[in-house]
Design a protein around this ligand. Structure first.
Ligand SMILES: [Zn+2]
Length: 95
């Protein structure tokens, strides 16, 4: 893993429902880094759904990581435990 990708990797959140391991891929075409993990959502105190998500980062000319966006792989409106999930995850992700 190249140094600047490792630097991003160490800022990724753990806990708060994100209990899996991060996987990190580089898009060879544009250099973006795609990170993915699973969010285990609870509803009324019980585990309800695991939601897989991906987030993209771009390395800027200033040497910073820019958060490009986040996608949850399934329709989070299909269950109550997914409501507001994308916004929640976006807040947890480093900018
Ligand atoms: Zn659910």
């Amino acid at each position: 893993m190249i140094a600047r990708v490792r630097e991003l990797f160490h800022k990724l959140p753990g806990g708060s429902g994100i209990n899996g391991n991060w996987s990190v891929m580089t898009n060879d075409t544009n250099g973006d880094v795609i990170v993915s993990n699973t969010y285990s959502a609870m509803l009324e105190g019980m585990y309800c759904h695991d939601w897989d998500f991906q987030a993209a980062y771009r390395h800027t000319n200033e040497g910073e990581w820019e958060f490009v966006g986040l996608v949850v792989n399934e329709d989070t409106n299909s269950c109550e435990c997914g409501h507001g999930l994308k916004e929640y995850l976006e807040e947890l992700m480093p900018y």
